[in-house]
Design a protein. Sequence first.
Lengths: 101, 375
Amino acid sequence: MIEASWCEACGRVAVPGEEGCLECRDTTGTIQLAPSGRILARTRLRGSETWIVLVMLGEGARVLATVDEKPRVGSPCEVHMDGEEVTLTNVGEPSTGPNDR
Amino acid sequence: MSAITGAHATRFGHHEDTANMVQEAAQGALNDAGLTREDIDALVVANAAAEHFTPIGNVSVWTATQTGLTGTPTLRIDTGPSSGLASIWAAHALAQQPHIEHVLCLGWETMTTLPTPEATQALARLMAQNEQRHHLTLPGLVGLLASAYLDRYAIDPIVLDHAAVKAHRLAANNPIAQFQDPITIQEAQRSPIIADPLRLYHCAPLTDGAAAITIGSEGPVTIEAMGQATDHLGFTQRRSAPESFLATRKAARRAFERSRHEPRDMDVIELHDAFTILEAVNLEDLGLVPEGEGPMLIPGPDEAPLSPEVAVNPSGGLKARGHPIGATGLAQVIEVVDQIQGKAATQVPQARVGLVHNIGGFGNNVHVALLEASA
């Protein structure tokens, strides 16, 4: 289930059902439903247990999210949004090496 | 175009007294140019973070006062860590005015006043607020970029260690560098993780330092062309490839479009390697190598530290010379000026043309300058 979407006016993430874009309040009908999510990058900060991931929604907008296990770069995922809170599910098998290719 | 008539940088590292540090840089540049304070028509101060690290405010007037330039018109340039090279851009514009003959650019930063966690938080203000809310830091953003880059081109992360070893080897020969000792590849690999895959030795340090340059109409080194570009503040707002900086590509393209030179003409390059992964990324974004081939120009620990194809960061770079953010761009220019004049600590034979690349934040507010020996 993909619930995220993005605004073509400002490139920021919006949520279906909202009146226009959360960020720029564009209401010209440019809110696009994101068909899928894909992990573009990951990092884990010193002392942290969780991984911060950069996720691309569809072909454009990007969001940050946090996951517990080291995800594979390039892995598809499902993106759930509640306001600015982003949750990922079905991230796939954890990564086991420095690179995933 | 304008010429560089004098230059001086302090030792980078820790300075007890910011005023003394700034005075040394200014006087050194004036001496090098054979000028006095009375000759200076304008003072351009490059400083990005005095309010975060020191009690100093009204930075341009404070700097003018400390350097004996009270009464001289002054302004401050703050484009984040690219403030130094941006100050050269501003000075060049000022020098086109008929009543301005000599401009002094003075970049400085005092950063060792704060413990690393507080300093990291201060520097995180360069980022978009929505990304700060995820507890990301600048190293965290570069960690994301590094993971995307290494995965995109299937690069062995050992290249991050090679770049660190190379930077320290060169800095050990640079009398102003913060790090004066080489490191081993094992030390790089065993250093603590800062933002996976980046380790401590993959990151530039916090640094105090000052650098100054005088700009005039005639001098031994000419600023042949410059290019600038910005990008969205936030990483999540960008649509370009996450393993690359679009602003660097635009700034470099603009600089070369205004130049007689091509990327392959460069004898020496000082690029913005605040994190070792950026050496590879920047080489590609500057047009020096095809995408994914940046690591091929980073020598291993058993190879000569400077590639015979193009000498990259002979100073030790931001990574090992140090990175006092307001002064960095000017220190980069000074290294290329020294190279062109044949007086660098690690001299590139017959260097005549060089490139300086300075980034102001995470892939933002990028400045590129092309310098050449004056005719």
